[in-house]
Structures are given as structure tokens and as C-alpha cells.
Design a protein around this ligand. Structure first.
Ligand code: SF4
Length: 369
């Protein structure tokens, strides 16, 4: 059975739906910490909704790009309210149970100097980083992510997503400027198989005229399987300005990969990533890469092999090792069967043994997140 969300009524935001438990169930003391996300970051969804955090961590919607400009949203009443909840230490819009920054004690220490810096950063007319989550179509069909393959969005949805992005770009890049801005895309599907992103990448000035916005950078999320050497050459103008490439690798051996990345080709993945490393990463110190492995029953044993592969690269990737979440594709029983990181799982001891092994600990201390 799926868990029903907890609904909280808020005078400004109305009904807010929180998955899992809501607040006050950890030892977190908001008066001692600072989250910088709502001061520098916005996330835009295909329906135009704007968040200043991952909606799974804080469901607050601060505006909609089909109703207001990004500048109006960024300086609007709702955005100010979410920032106030950080500044007053209440963190009242945050789900303390799902936010990994709270859970893993990764928020920065609160100081008056740091508060002043963050408030100043938020005074800019638009966020420093905008993350688009508009296209969940993908060339793969991984069980933790979806129940069936979605090769492309329907035309109306694709157009809607395209318009949501271009409304933001038209506001933030109406004129040439040298402000430091980052556009981050997408993570809900495969960016290099998306017709929506292909149209943007090949036609929009923001992706093709680096002379107009010299301090614009990109962050891309991909499963790596379609990022062929040919495609990397075709998008060299984007690769040149890459701040970070995030790759959902998800396994360290071909057997595990076949189970968790259904439809992906292990050999092709590494051909593509090796090409990216040797031709782009090693000559661009401003670009980093990060590999994700979502720990679950079908891949946790392959983590040491993934680290061994990482150690063969000159530019080591950060490796993000996080426990699998239920994105709504599994029943609660199915989820608990896959969630090897939970203490009640029968293989939890074996999982912790791997996580605490010297190889994993050493890599985590140097490059883990
Ligand atoms: S949920 Fe976490 S990341 Fe989001 S605003 Fe709150 S503290 Fe920051």
C-alpha cells in the first residue's frame, strides 16, 4: 500500500502535501543552521510551477512562469516567505524527514555574515541557478523510475515544456550580460534523447552564443547511453561551458546494470564516458562530473566495482550513493523489498558491510557525497 501524503494548511500557500512524516521528528535545530537553496536556486516544472527546492523536500510553489515573469516570482511574496522560514530558523515549509541536507547534517553553520551574504545574493532580479524539470521521456525503462517506457512526450506536452523554458530564458537573457548564471537540465528523463531539448540546444541563442553571456554555465543530467562521441562533438558549444555532468550510472558491473538500467548498453555507456573524460573533462578544469548510484537490492553489491572503475579515470568523479526512494512506481511492499538501506531489510547487514568497507569509505571521504 502507498502512504497517503500528510496535508498541512498554510495561510499563504494553501494545502501543502508532504510525503512521509512532517517536521519535528529529528534532532535538527534550525536556529543553528542555514540552507542557501532558496536564496540562489529555482526549479521550473513543465506546468510552469516554480519551486526554490526539490518539491519532495519542500512542496511550496512560489509562482508560475505562465502567469508571472521569473523576476516577479523571485522577488514575490511567496519567495520571500520561504526565505523567511530559513532566516527565522523555523524551516516550517521543509520536510525534515526527506530533506537530505537536514537528515545528513549538511547545512552550513548560521552566522550573521553568512546571512547578510545570502540575503544580498537573493536581491538579484533572477536566481543564480535555474533547474528545468520538464521532460521525463527516456530511452530506458528503469524499474525504480517508471512502469513503462516513455520514448517522447506528446506534442502538446513537449510544446508546454518548451514554452516554460523559453519564458524563463527570455526573462533572464533578454540582453547580453556577464552575470554568473547556471542552467541545469533535467534529471526526470534522458536529456540526449529528448526532442524538446534537441530543439532548444540547436536553435536557441542561449545555447549557441557564448559571446553574449560569457559567464553562463550548464549542468546536464544524463544516463550516458546516448552521449556518443558524435553527439559530444555536435554539442561542443554546450560541452565547452559545462559546469557539471551528472551521470546516472547506477551499477558497477554489467549484470547489475542490466537489472537496474533496463534497455541500457553497458559497453556503450563506458565508451561514451571515456570519450567525454579524455576529450572534454581533462582539458576543462572548470567542469566536474558526478556519478549517481541509487543503492537498492539489485545493485548494492556492485558498488566496489564501480569505485574500481572510477579509480581508472584521471579526473575522478564524485559518487553520490543514496538509498532508493519510492517514486510511486512500487507498492510499499515492493519498495521495502528493494530498499536495502533500511535497517529492517534482510540484507541490511551485508549492505552496511559494503558501505563501511575501506574501499568505499576511502572513496567517500575523498570524492563521495
Ligand atoms: S527542504 Fe532542505 S534543501 Fe529544501 S529549503 Fe528546506 S532545508 Fe533547504
Amino acid at each position: 500500500m502507498k502512504q497517503d501524503p500528510v496535508i498541512i494548511q498554510d495561510p499563504l500557500f494553501g494545502a501543502l502535501a508532504y510525503h512521509k512524516r512532517f517536521v519535528n521528528n529529528t534532532d535538527f535545530d534550525g536556529s543553528k543552521h542555514l540552507c542557501n537553496l532558496p536564496f540562489r536556486y529555482a526549479e521550473v516544472r513543465r506546468n510552469g510551477d516554480v519551486h526554490m527546492c526539490c518539491p519532495n523536500w519542500s512542496p511550496v510553489v512560489v509562482g508560475n512562469v505562465f502567469e508571472s515573469s521569473m523576476t516577479q516570482i523571485w522577488q514575490g511574496e511567496r519567495a520571500l516567505a520561504q526565505r523567511s522560514s530559513i532566516l527565522d530558523g523555523s524551516y516550517r515549509y521543509c520536510n525534515w524527514d526527506t530533506c537530505s541536507l537536514i537528515r545528513n547534517n549538511r547545512l552550513e553553520q548560521r552566522t550573521e555574515t553568512r546571512i547578510a551574504q545570502l540575503v544580498k545574493r537573493a536581491e538579484s532580479s533572477t536566481p543564480e541557478t535555474v533547474h528545468f524539470v520538464v521532460d521525463e521521456s527516456c530511452n530506458l525503462a528503469c524499474p525504480s523510475c517508471r512502469v513503462q517506457r516513455l520514448a517522447q512526450l506528446a506534442t502538446a506536452e513537449r510544446d508546454r515544456g518548451y514554452q516554460a523554458i523559453t519564458r524563463v530564458l527570455d526573462c533572464m537573457f533578454a540582453e547580453p550580460h556577464a552575470q554568473h548564471k547556471t542552467l541545469s537540465m533535467d534529471g526526470s528523463g534522458e536529456i540526449f534523447s529528448s526532442e524538446l531539448y534537441r530543439r532548444l540546444f540547436e536553435t536557441h541563442d542561449v545555447f549557441n552564443r557564448s559571446d553574449l553571456w560569457p559567464n553562463l554555465r550548464f549542468r546536464l543530467t544524463t544516463n550516458g547511453t546516448m552521449m556518443t562521441p558524435k553527439l559530444q562533438r555536435r554539442y561542443v558549444h554546450i560541452m565547452d561551458r559545462l559546469e557539471q555532468l551528472e551521470v546516472s550510472v547506477d551499477a558497477g558491473d554489467p549484470e547489475s546494470y542490466a537489472k537496474v538500467r533496463v534497455g541500457g548498453r553497458w559497453d556503450l555507456l563506458w565508451e561514451n564516458l571515456r570519450c567525454f573524460h579524455d576529450n572534454i573533462l581533462v582539458r576543462q578544469p572548470h567542469t566536474t562530473w558526478r556519478w549517481n548510484i541509487i543503492m537498492q537490492k539489485n545493485n548494492y553489491k556492485s558498488l566496489p566495482d564501480l569505485i574500481n572503475i572510477a579509480n581508472t579515470f584521471e579526473r575522478k568523479p564524485m559518487i553520490n550513493m543514496t538509498g532508493v526512494l519510492n517514486w510511486g512506481t512500487w507498492t510499499e511492499e515492493q519498495y521495502l523489498d528493494h530498499a536495502v538501506h533500511l535497517p529492517q531489510h534482510p540484507k541490511y547487514k551485508k549492505y552496511t558491510k559494503i558501505m563501511n568497507s575501506p574501499l568505499v569509505q576511502e572513496y567517500r571521504n575523498s570524492y563521495g557525497i
